[in-house]
Design a protein around this ligand. Structure first.
Ligand SMILES: [Zn+2]
Length: 236
């Protein structure tokens, strides 16, 4: 059978395309990572397939949200004027080249000033911004942990921030240690609090069962909408 397989990117979403001897176009989003697959008859032109995916973006986004795992976003280039999100607010990146220690500053509620040494490349810029997100989260997490330790009657021994691909947070219940995803720096602060609470509830209940949900309901009514916000893919 004649089969052609390739990948296209539409609005920051990678789509696996399979053209083969079938009658209709099928579009599917698969758990757990929200992989998108498009199967099409060989007779449909490649450009038409791209337009088809664009017309179904709303549907793909909805499914990704439901899947509760889509963290992917369009690649950042770290160039002048690019959009960057900080705690739910959009800022325009402004690169300032200066022979001094790198730093990041928010200016006029509109700009994210990134100070780097002249000639700093994309990876250097990315590193400086990521480090800034990390410090931002590290300055906010301790008070959230303190609050929920008191409310939940649990104690954690250690916590940290790290880049994770498929999860917003994790909890090692044996070591009583929680990890927060560095990407949370882009989301509104109540999303960060939801993840802290979620992971700390795991110290009382390991599984995502009815008891777990009842604890969430008790401590953060309406948590479902926060979770939805968390897994929304932001398109520019
Ligand atoms: Zn969990």
């Amino acid at each position: 059978m004649n089969t052609e397989q390739y990948q296209i990117e539409v609005s920051g979403i990678d789509v696996d395309v399979i053209r083969k001897d079938i009658k209709n176009i099928h579009l599917a989003v698969y758990p757990p990572t929200g992989r998108v697959r498009l199967s099409s008859p060989l007779s449909v032109k490649k450009e038409s397939l791209r337009l088809f995916v664009i017309s179904r973006l709303g549907w793909i986004k909805k499914h990704n949200r439901n899947m509760n795992s889509q963290i992917r976003k369009p690649e950042r280039e770290y160039i002048q004027g690019e959009s960057h999100w900080v705690q739910g607010q959009r800022y325009l990146l402004n690169i300032v080249e200066k022979k001094a220690a790198p730093k990041v500053e928010i200016r006029n509620k509109k700009y994210l000033d990134l100070y780097v040494r002249p000639g700093s490349d994309k990876s250097k810029r990315e590193e400086v911004i990521k480090e800034w997100y990390r410090e931002l989260l590290k300055s906010q997490i301790p008070s959230l942990i303190k609050k929920w330790e008191k409310e939940l009657g649990v104690e954690i021994t250690d916590w940290g921030v790290r880049q994770m691909k498929t999860k917003w947070g994790s909890c090692n219940t044996d070591d009583r240690r929680i990890w927060m995803n560095l990407e949370l720096g882009k989301k509104p602060k109540h999303c960060l609090e939801y993840v802290v609470l979620h992971e700390m509830i795991h110290l009382k209940e390991r599984h995502h069962n009815e008891r777990f949900k009842a604890l969430l309901d008790k401590h953060m009514p309406g948590w479902q909408s926060v979770r939805e916000e968390l897994n929304e893919v932001v398109y520019f």
